[in-house]
Design a protein around this ligand. Structure first.
Ligand code: F6P
Ligand code: MN
Length: 300
């Protein structure tokens, strides 16, 4: 992966940040695989106090990122506030250290999601990001990144190094898989019409409950749509703009797909704060356009 970044003449410090994130993921996958499913505040077999995996993942990433010496600020889903590391730092990060951590006990895939910004401000619209990546801890450990020149997939080998699997991933205009979050009896008319439309078209249901594997399926299969819509009882949706939606929107757009909140491009939204949640429709362009059209027609 380092070679890939070097060949693309990425900034040396940015290369460093991405490679350090890749290294952090080795420790995270190890913690997941060794099965020490620690509960915060309890101790393990040896009487050492254990950390919950998501807290542990947060510490691993935070520590490595601080040591790069180029980070201005960090916003993590595990933290209630933005941590300033060095106001003159070159980059800032917004990340979800272990997304879907409630799936660890049932042995389903989980992931790390990271958005990278220039300067100290992570509360700017996602279109200001200069890079994004996720790591998927599944049967294989894979990493997908973009620095604005396409979206590329790497897989961890036996030496725990990431080697290239696929360059310039492309998402087709329309797909035949869909991953719908939220309970259907809470869907609004536009969303309900969209899901009915997909069903009539013969789209196949693919929802694991983990945002990273569900988005990865759309990206790697090269078609389809993921939605976690606004619900009658949850009008702002569930997923978080900073830690989850912006990085994924960046990666999907770089692969030729689209990401919308039903009215507007995700990457154009101005974050109201680190807790900001938004509905999301993300994946094949024509599918995202279709749901926007139905919401416009049936919900305004
Ligand atoms: O972090 C939120 C998350 O766990 C995502 O990984 C996933 O897409 C979503 O929530 C699943 O939500 P639900 O359990 O409501 O389907
Ligand atoms: Mn999450």
């Amino acid at each position: 992966m380092r070679r890939h970044l070097r060949e693309r003449e990425e900034d040396r410090d940015l290369t460093r940040v991405i490679c350090e994130l890749a290294t952090a993921s080795r420790y995270i996958i190890n913690s997941i695989r060794t099965g020490e499913l620690g509960v915060a505040g309890t101790s393990n077999l040896y009487g050492e106090s254990q950390l919950k995996l998501d807290v542990l993942a947060d510490r691993i990433i935070r520590k490595r990122m601080t040591h790069t010496g180029v980070i201005a600020s960090i916003a993590s889903e595990e933290d209630g506030e933005i941590q300033i590391i060095d106001p003159d730092g070159k980059y800032s990060l917004a990340f979800d250290p272990l997304d879907g951590s409630s799936l660890v006990d049932v042995n389903l895939a989980v992931g790390t999601i990271v958005g990278i910004y220039k300067g100290a401000d992570v509360l700017s619209p996602g279109r200001e990001m200069i890079g994004a990546l996720y790591v998927l801890y599944g049967p294989r450990c894979t990493l997908v990144y973009s620095t604005g020149n396409g979206t590329h997939e790497f897989a961890m080998n036996a030496l725990m190094e990431y080697t290239l699997v696929q360059e310039n991933i492309q998402i087709a205009e329309q797909g035949n898989i869909y991953a719908p979050g939220g309970t259907r009896n809470q869907y609004t008319p536009g969303v309900e019409a969209f899901v009915s439309h997909l069903e009539e078209r013969g789209s196949k249901l693919r929802y694991s409950g983990g945002f990273v594997p569900d988005i990865n399926q759309v990206l790697i299969k090269g078609h389809g749509v993921f939605l976690y819509p606004h619900l009658k009882n949850l009008p702002r949706g569930k997923l978080r703009l900073l830690y989850e939606l912006n990085p994924m929107a960046f990666l999907v757009e770089q692969a030729g797909g689209a990401a919308s909140n039903g009215h507007q491009r995700i990457l154009d939204l101005v974050p109201e704060g680190i807790e900001h949640r938004e509905p999301v429709f993300i994946g094949s362009k024509a599918d995202v356009a279709k749901v926007e059209e139905l919401i416009r027609a049936l919900e305004s």
